[in-house]
Ligand binder design. Structure first.
Ligand SMILES: [Zn+2]
Length: 250
């Protein structure tokens, strides 16, 4: 109940700030998180975005009704650092040096970038988190696997502090990383996860994305959540989509 209240208060605080940052697009049709270009309209904005409306395996979802499965641990082999940080008008994104991989169920994917949403996009048993990080990986054929991390208010996160120090405040701005930010600093120590098949959570909402949602949240400070939403506007999350016939494994 306390969490829900805090969420409502944050939402009210940031409604007024959701203007300019949301109004920019980059490539393709202009889209955003509210009003006429908001998530309910993405499918109509551009023929290339039709999956946003027609897809049946869309993300995000509410993770609930789990099926017990013997999920093998994800093997993280992260070696590099974030190389640049950008504001793409929809999220703050850190691009990652080549050579960091995860291997899951015998398939290897390379970490390309990570970015953030507030509040979370996926929910767990109906619960929203203050923020969600998406660590986007691709294999050689371009198939995607996203490791999702939930953040909840508590102690400040050191990795996020380094990132936010260099946060580009205007859509389209990009900076080289001055300090060394490792993706591991933003992941939980315990990497148990839920798995389901879904889509990109932004246009064009392409499907065939493997989602690996960390069960354990990582703490960030309320101030860090606020800094992010002041720049990006609040919210920058897509509402949860129907699960349909998909199994959610745990
Ligand atoms: Zn995302």
């Amino acid at each position: 109940m306390k969490k829900l209240l805090r969420h409502t208060v944050l939402a009210a605080t940031f409604t007024l700030m959701a203007g300019p940052a949301m109004a920019s697009g980059h490539g393709g049709a202009h889209w955003g998180y509210s009003g006429e270009t908001g998530p309910e309209h993405w499918g109509e904005l551009n023929p290339a975005y039709e999956m946003c409306a027609k897809g049946v395996n869309q993300s995000p979802i509410d993770l609930t009704g789990f099926i017990e499965a013997e999920l093998e641990p994800i093997v993280f082999d992260y070696r590099g650092l974030a190389t640049e940080i950008l504001n793409n008008g929809h999220a703050i994104q850190a691009n990652y040096a080549a050579g960091s991989t995860i291997t899951v169920a015998g398939k290897t994917f390379e970490l390309k970038q990570f970015h953030f949403h507030a509040p979370s996009e996926n929910t767990i048993d109906g619960k929203y988190f203050a923020m969600e990080g998406h660590f986007v990986h691709a294999d050689e054929k371009g198939n995607l696997a996203v490791v999702a991390v939930m953040y909840e208010p508590g102690e400040a996160n050191e990795g996020m502090a380094k990132l936010w120090k260099q946060m580009p405040h205007h859509p389209g701005d990009k900076e080289g990383m001055a300090s060394q930010v490792k993706a591991e600093d933003l992941l939980p120590a315990n990497r148990d996860y839920y798995r389901f098949n879904g889509s990109l959570t932004t246009p064009p909402c392409s499907e065939g994305v493997v989602w690996l949602v960390m069960k354990n949240p990582v703490s960030v400070s309320e101030e860090q959540v606020k800094q992010f939403s002041e720049t990006m506007g609040f919210p920058n999350n897509r509402p949860v989509q129907p699960v349909g016939a998909r199994p959610i494994l745990k």
